[in-house]
Design a protein. Sequence first.
Length: 278
Amino acid sequence: MKILLAGATGVVGRRLVPLLVQAGHEVTGTTRRAERARSLAGQKAKPLVVDMLDAEAVRAAVAAERPDAIIHQLTDLTDENFDANSRLRVTGTRNLVAAARESGVEVMIAQSVAWLYVPGERPAVETDPLDPALPPYRGVAALEEAVATMPRGVVLRYGALYGPGTWYAPDGAIAERVRAGVLRQAPSWTSFVHADDAAAAAVAALEWPAGPVNVVDDEPATTADWLPVYSAALGAPTPATAGRHAAATGRPVSNARALDLGWKPRIPSWRIGFGDMS
């Protein structure tokens, strides 16, 4: 299969390239930065430098490549610029979907997030509503709505990504906050997924039916559960608690649909993944 991988040098994208090549696919990987093109060539992918915010450039790129499927792993979070990331989700996705439809591409797999469900205690499934009060909602909703117009658009609602190169890596932004004592143990929910497992899900999704799929590990956890384990793995002091009267926030997320579709996380719990950092 001929695959256009948009965002091929990001946290998930750079893991995806070798998986796709090993599976026998012909891969063209996009990046905004010319200096990153060499790394793609080294992974046996065809590098393509293109700005996804430039509609005409995207249209020309997709028309020239004529892929069988597009995998959308676009993010802009290097500097924790959430406005830039939202713009990429809205405008970049719109440009990519428009170009795909114009060129007759029927399949798109796109990265979304699993932490926007309306808060609650019951594990969220894909049919549960997202919470428009949360700041990332506009960008995420625009992305998912655009991908849903594809003949077969699969939305991967990733949990919090951890592993090398992520914010949870020992040199990442979350690790820095933990060492600084900024984060506290609280009853707020997080559903994690190792970045390697997120990439594997994107490969599997080439055969999945249209619609959203939660891609998270088997153990949703509150900050009070995971933060002490994570801090210990970093060799950081045990974080303070938010207080026994702190309100619960967020929601656990179910991966039942992904499991039904045949995906299984290689690292089933953040406990194992965090332990591997030490």
